[in-house]
Design a binder for this molecule. Sequence first.
Ligand SMILES: [Fe+2]
Length: 294
Amino acid sequence: MSHVQALGYLGFGVSDLEAWRDYAMNFLGLQAVEREDGSVDLRLDEYASRIRLIPDGPDDIAYVGWEVADAAALAALKSNLEDSGIEVADGSEDLAADRYVQALITFNDLDGMRCEAYYGPRQRTEQPFQSPLGVRFKTGRQGLGHIVLNSSDAKAAEKWYIDVLGLKLSDYIYAQAPSGESLSFAFLRCNARHHSLALFQLPYPKKLQHFMLEVESVDDVGRALYRAEERKTHISLTLGRHSNDEMLSAYYQTPSGFDVEYGWGGLEVDDESWHVLTHDAPSAWGHRFQIPSM
Ligand SMILES: [Fe+2]
């Protein structure tokens, strides 16, 4: 069975593009590239775009782009989707150009979230990524980072992403929501990154709970904490170390209300030696929840 290789790109529909541009460049250290259609590309490596900010949006995830190896892998994935009874469309040449890829297919997950799978992402090696803050991000074959999605049926979603997209289960975390409710997270991987996708289920207003960017230097985790203090960016979860992927990170509220996890030191997994684990706490230490001040 063909499977996706990496979390390749994300689209965010945002209500305040100005605030996002500033946040992306001057807090996260991403490179912003203006587009003719009024949207903004965010770069964090050699890829032409990793995150697209789409103006006048509902402040949630608009689409997720999953990378496959080549045209044959894309065709195999399409067959697998069709065999699973999922409606799939070939992306037009215009859409492929818009996403800076050779070709793509589009389909929805169980919650109706738009998914895209593609091959041949355009690399801008002639215009190297330049972070306004000198930050370097860990990406490459591990993809852009990870996303955590709220699902109306997390168990069904877990099965869907494993059976249909070929992701593998890394582990589970049982935790308690700040509201006191019991929470269960499933962590799924498609490369050496411990997880590219995590799924949970809670009456939460957004599909995207957070996305994670991993920096190459632990110092950039510290610098971001101090930038947050200076800019008065809300720290949603204080500095901590996750139990399962060992990420040293803090979480910050984005201008869209969902969070970004900004971390370092994430665990790398290999399929031969990995076995599924269960954790009864999300963090070895830290990651204390902080209520946003209104
Ligand atoms: Fe995370």
